[in-house]
Design a protein around this ligand. Structure first.
Ligand SMILES: [Zn+2]
Length: 115
């Protein structure tokens, strides 16, 4: 019987889902501009009470297509990557929500060895 050691199974390639995003998108200064552009691409003056009505409305579907194309233009490969980017940007833009930092004492709570 073969003994299983840490070298038996090669480690998987650790690659972040955010790899490959353009620098413009990674810059927090451009976050609101990108979000505004994406939401403007989706917005219409229509108001559909039924999702089915929305799904057969040509104007709204054109807007949805525009919205998807704009995501591609910004460099997002898939919705998961977009939401991961959005999550990271939300933490950067709203540091008070970040649970890793104790803002009252201005110290990192985790991994801080100065305490
Ligand atoms: Zn519509």
């Amino acid at each position: 019987m073969t003994k299983i050691t840490p070298k038996t199974f090669p480690k998987g390639i650790k690659k972040s889902i955010l790899d490959g995003l353009p620098d413009y998108v990674k810059d927090p200064k451009n976050y609101s501009k990108i979000q505004t552009a994406l939401l403007d691409a989706l917005a219409t003056s229509h108001s559909h009470s039924d999702l089915f009505e929305w799904s057969i409305c040509p104007a709204c579907q054109d807007k949805l297509k525009e919205f998807r194309l704009l995501h591609k233009k910004f460099g997002f490969r898939n919705p998961a990557q977009y939401y991961a980017w959005k999550k990271v940007m939300d933490i950067i833009m709203n540091p008070m929500k970040n649970p890793l930092v104790d803002w009252k004492n201005d110290k990192q709570q985790i991994g801080d060895k100065t305490k």
